[in-house]
Design a protein. Structure first.
Length: 191
């Protein structure tokens, strides 16, 4: 299993999204499928200033995946960044909150100074699969000051088609990370 989405046929190795592209992600996991009641909770965390949900989600993630993170030998946790204008508008980055909580629970350093969203993009939820890919081209950059570590963990709130995580992973790999893993609160159903 690559991204963690349920498969139509259990003999398959990849979901329909992962089969369609070259992947820069080594492996990823999500806490829940993105179906009721999860979307409402993620929405409140992301858009309604329910920052305290980050602590709850992170605790659940560690209960489920702390051993997996150990097996991945993660050395740094990197939250998926927001563009500065979106961060200013929202007041916080939900992926950063999750990453900080996971870092506090695991003792793994959280690096908010590595990955940057350098181009403002349209919200992914408004686009189809092809639009999502084009929307994120050139959207991320890695700090030239970063000393790459072998294994990094990307943290985000939702994995739908994987475009955001893939584009972020691509720039991290090109900058020298050997393995990029991800954790999200929820993941699309893929079937």
């Amino acid at each position: 299993m690559h991204c963690g989405k349920p498969l139509e046929d259990e003999t398959e190795e990849y979901c329909s999204d992962c089969r369609k592209r070259k992947s820069y992600i080594t492996q990823g996991k999500a806490l829940w499928l993105h179906r009721d009641p999860v979307p409402a909770a993620v929405y409140r965390f992301k858009y309604k200033n329910r920052r305290s949900y980050g602590k709850v989600f992170a605790r659940e993630m560690m209960e489920q995946y702390e051993k997996q993170i150990g097996r991945w030998r993660v050395r740094e946790i990197i939250p998926v960044p927001l563009h500065r204008s979106k961060r200013r508008e929202r007041g916080y980055n939900q992926a950063e909150i999750l990453a900080e909580e996971i870092g506090a629970l695991t003792g793994i350093p959280v690096r908010k100074d590595v990955l940057f969203r350098i181009r403002k993009t349209v919200p992914q939820k408004k686009l189809d699969t092809e639009g999502r890919k084009k929307n994120l081209q050139g959207a991320f950059a890695v700090s030239g000051k970063w000393r790459p570590v072998k294994n990094v963990l990307l943290v985000d709130d939702i994995y739908t088609t994987g475009s955001t995580v893939e584009h972020a992973a691509k720039v991290l790999r090109k900058a020298g990370a050997e393995n990029v893993y991800f954790l999200t609160i929820s993941i699309g159903q893929g079937i």
